[in-house]
Structure formats: structure tokens, C-alpha cells
Design a binder for this molecule. Structure first.
Ligand SMILES: Cc1cc2nc3c(=O)[nH]c(=O)nc-3n(C[C@H](O)[C@H](O)[C@H](O)COP(=O)(O)OP(=O)(O)OC[C@H]3O[C@@H](n4cnc5c(N)ncnc54)[C@H](O)[C@@H]3O)c2cc1C
Length: 445
């Protein structure tokens, strides 16, 4: 039986963040990761408010070396054949966070995991956690299996689930609930030969609407362009060709400007991946001697690039609470409640935008922005990830919500059509978790 103070399952951004910070505080932390980094992961576009966390972890320079600066996003409506609408982070209420980064996740996650190991976390890769038990008296007990089939057992004073969309604890405790208001699935690949935005906007993420959902184009440092489509699951269900062909067919339905930018594109190694990504949230994120951080607690559609920030932020807040608990500090309960409140706030804020993203009311507001009472600056702040403090963005957010209702009423017929499509979606069965389309499995709850 191996022993440690904190056992973390998963070496993604959330697990690497919480393990690094708890190790810094002097605790014996073990992190078990089933894969070997660097490993592929989707989710390459960060938000400006990731940067203070990267600085806090001491990896900002390394991320700068592997990433490309992202000054904002541009959006293309499917109603317009040319031109796009820029969304600059420098326009936010707080002008001190004018950019984020686009990163190759294999490199980014590797930087974060190695950083945690350098600080002293015991990082074991190729070790799959298969079970965890919480005896009524005593420490949590964890069972794991390495890639050679050797089993190991661990006890820890505190258990952290950072297993991402595998949702280890949520599955065990039956805590996972599909978000009934949003359902989508994605197909994506890396391309050579795609036109970038010129000059200082080279690092922009581009978002294009199309009939079945939306596309992303994320430029990476070595010239590669990550291109993916987040679609309604019923569209992906129709697929009859292998993923690479289906991705190319889907791109051929895209916006004319996007197709023009991809006229000389080649799909690198002819590899396309697909995933069901039903949005979900768990009914709780902590219990006696455990917390869940990052996607292990909730996953929201990636349209606003919020996943990595939400995961790392929950890791950072979780570290404060777990540290207080391990010290037996009276503030532990207050810190856990703060952790819960902030995590819920992040998920709720982004969910509000996401579930309305494809609606005509939201399109009108995003594509034809005005700035009465600095409302667009406030929305830019929230979408830059500035959701965990109040610098005036949240009060203006209410005003934005009112404008949204007005715009939606003005486009009532189209709003109704899309609402009907959306509420019909959750009934369409599709794979979930990290299950690839080809190994389509159980629909999730
Ligand atoms: C199509 C798509 C596009 C996205 N685009 C973006 C984007 O542009 N920007 C953004 O910020 N986010 C994006 N996301 C979301 C983002 O990828 C996630 O929110 C983020 O990776 C969450 O980090 P995490 O550490 O919680 O989980 P993960 O990064 O998934 O890490 C979990 C780790 O746990 C390991 N693990 C799982 N189970 C076990 C086990 N039993 N034992 C041991 N190890 C285990 C896994 O191998 C993995 O390394 C996107 C997601 C999807 C599906």
C-alpha cells in the first residue's frame, strides 16, 4: 500500500495545476495519469485570464515559447458572404489582459505536468486509476493498473478527481447530468496550407456559423491550422464515410470565406478525430475527502474557449481549500464553499452565452455591436474569462441580457425555429465522453 497526502487522478491542465500548488505548499502529492505526455488533446485556444494562472505556476515564458498570441476572435455569420467581425480582448473593461495564446495541447499539457513534477509532485504516467473507495472511517483507497498489467494500491488523506471527460467519480457516484439545453458533437483535424489572418490578427481564432453548427479555425505556432466543426449530433449521426472524408465534406458546406482560406489545404496525415461532447454538469463537486476539478465536474461546449481556464481556475481554488483542510484550518469549509461558488459561476456564465450562441438575437448583438453603458466592453471581459471578480462586468451583463431579449423578439420566427431544433437535440443518441465516433457506445444520461 502506497501512501500520500493528496492523490490526483489525471494530468490535464486541472490536475497539473492543483498538484503543483499543493506540492508547493509542502504536501506529498501523487498524480496518476493513464497516458504518457506529450499526448494529443483537443482544446487549443486559451483565454486572457489564463495568463495570471500560468504566471502563478511559473510557466508563462514556456507557454509563450510554444504558443502564438491570440488578440481576439473573429466571427462570420452564414448570412454574409464576405467580411468578418473582430472581437478584440483589448476592448475589455480591464485593458491589462489584451491577449491569450493558441497552443498545441500536447505541448501545453506537457509543460504543465513537467512543471508540477519539477516542484516535487510524484507523477506516474501510464497508470490507470480503476477504482476509488471512501471507507466511512479512514482514508480514501485507490486502485490503479499500469500498462504492464501490474496493480497498485494507494491511500491518501484527500482525493482529487481531475480525470476530465472520463469523469471517474461522477460515474461511480452517478452524479453526471446531461445539460438538456445544449447538445453537440465535434469532428476536427490539423491542416497545412490554410490562410491566416494578416498581421497582428494572425493568432485570432476564427468562428464560422453554418447550417449544422459552427466551425473553428485555430492557428498554431508551426503554421498548422486546427479546423473543427461542432455540430448538432443528428448531423454527425448521418455520417456514412470515414472521419477524414466526412470532415472534408463538412468543410465543403462551410462559409465561402472559410472555404477560400482552405483552398490549398491538406489534412495532415489524413487524420480526423471525432467526439461526442454532450455538455454535462455533476450534481455536486465535493464530498467527504474529495473534490472534482475541471471537466471531471462539468463540460460546456467549447465555442468560447473556456474549458482550460475553467479547469485551471478550479484547480487553483481547489488547492486553497484542500490545503486548509489538510492543515485542519477553521477556514477550510468557507474555502470549499468559495471554490464551489466560483466554479458554478464560471460554468453558468459561459453556459448562458453558449446556449444562445446560435440564436439570431445573439448573432445580431455579436455581429453588430454597440457599446451603450460600456456593455460590449463588459461582455468582452466576461468572454476573456474575467468572471471571477466584479469590476463592473456583471451588472452590465444584466443590461446585455435585456438587449438579447429585445433582439430575440425582433427575430422571433428564426429564434423559434432554432429553439425547436435545440430542444429536439438531446433526444438524439450519440456517443459521449472521449469515445470516438467509430466506437460509438452508450448514450449518456
Ligand atoms: C471539440 C472540443 C474543442 C475544445 N476546444 C477548446 C478550446 O479551444 N479551448 C479550451 O479552453 N477548451 C476547449 N475544449 C475543452 C478542453 O479541452 C477541456 O475543458 C480541458 O482539457 C479540461 O481539462 P481537464 O484537466 O479537466 O481534463 P483533461 O485535459 O481531459 O485531462 C484529463 C486527464 O485525465 C487522464 N485520465 C482520465 N481518466 C483517468 C484515469 N482513470 N486514470 C488516470 N488518468 C486518467 C486523461 O488521460 C487526461 O490526461 C474543447 C473540448 C472539445 C471536446
Amino acid at each position: 500500500m502506497n501512501a500520500c497526502d493528496v492523490l490526483v487522478v489525471g494530468g490535464g491542465p486541472a490536475g497539473s495545476t492543483i498538484s503543483a500548488l499543493l506540492t508547493e505548499k509542502g504536501w506529498r502529492v501523487t498524480l496518476l495519469e493513464k497516458e504518457h505526455h506529450p499526448r494529443f488533446h483537443i482544446g487549443e485556444s486559451l483565454l486572457p485570464h489564463n495568463l495570471p494562472i500560468l504566471e502563478r505556476l511559473g510557466v508563462l515564458e514556456q507557454v509563450d515559447a510554444i504558443g502564438i498570441k491570440k488578440p481576439g476572435a473573429d466571427f462570420n455569420s452564414n448570412l454574409e458572404v464576405s467580411g468578418h467581425h473582430q472581437f478584440h480582448f483589448a476592448f475589455a473593461l480591464d485593458k491589462n489582459h489584451p491577449y491569450a495564446y493558441e497552443v498545441r495541447r500536447s505541448e501545453f499539457d506537457n509543460v504543465l505536468l513537467r512543471n508540477s513534477a519539477t516542484k516535487g509532485t510524484q507523477v506516474l504516467e501510464g497508470v490507470h486509476v480503476t477504482a476509488v473507495d471512501f471507507p466511512t472511517a479512514g482514508d480514501p483507497v485507490v486502485r490503479a493498473m499500469d500498462e504492464h498489467g501490474r496493480e497498485s494500491h494507494w491511500t491518501c488523506r484527500f482525493f482529487v478527481d481531475a480525470s476530465g471527460r472520463d469523469t471517474l467519480l461522477a460515474r461511480k457516484l452517478d452524479l453526471k447530468r446531461k445539460n438538456p439545453r445544449h447538445a453537440s458533437a465535434a469532428i476536427f483535424g490539423h491542416f497545412d496550407g490554410v490562410d491566416r489572418r494578416p498581421g497582428e490578427y494572425e493568432g485570432n481564432i476564427s468562428v464560422y456559423w453554418f447550417e449544422h453548427g459552427w466551425f473553428w479555425m485555430i492557428p498554431l505556432r508551426d503554421g498548422t491550422m486546427s479546423v473543427g466543426a461542432v455540430c448538432r449530433p443528428d448531423y454527425l449521426k448521418r455520417r456514412t464515410t470515414p472521419p477524414p472524408e466526412f470532415l472534408l465534406q463538412t468543410i465543403s458546406l462551410g462559409h465561402p470565406e472559410m472555404r477560400h482560406r482552405m483552398r490549398n489545404a491538406t489534412l495532415i496525415d489524413n487524420v480526423a478525430r471525432a467526439t461526442g461532447n454532450y455538455s454535462y454538469e455533476c450534481t455536486r463537486m465535493r464530498g467527504e475527502r474529495y473534490i472534482m476539478v475541471g471537466d471531471a465536474y462539468a463540460f460546456v461546449d467549447p465555442v468560447f474557449s473556456s474549458g482550460v481556464l475553467l479547469g485551471m481556475n478550479s484547480g487553483m481554488l481547489g488547492a486553497e481549500a484542500v490545503d486548509a483542510w489538510l492543515r485542519g484550518d477553521a477556514s477550510a469549509d468557507t474555502r470549499f464553499r468559495h471554490f464551489e461558488r466560483m466554479v458554478r459561476r464560471g460554468v453558468k456564465t459561459f453556459s448562458w452565452f453558449i446556449t444562445r450562441f446560435n440564436s439570431p438575437g445573439m448573432r445580431s448583438l455579436l455581429l453588430h455591436p454597440g457599446n451603450p453603458f460600456r456593455v460590449q466592453e463588459a461582455v468582452t471581459s466576461l468572454l476573456a474569462g474575467d468572471v471571477f471578480r466584479d469590476i463592473g462586468a456583471r451588472s452590465r451583463f444584466w443590461f446585455f441580457k435585456t438587449l438579447y431579449v429585445v433582439f430575440s423578439v425582433a427575430h422571433a420566427r428564426e429564434s423559434f425555429r432554432l429553439w425547436r431544433l435545440r430542444v429536439g437535440n438531446p433526444r438524439v443518441a450519440f456517443s459521449g465522453g472521449t469515445t470516438p465516433v467509430d466506437a460509438e457506445a452508450q448514450p449518456q444520461r
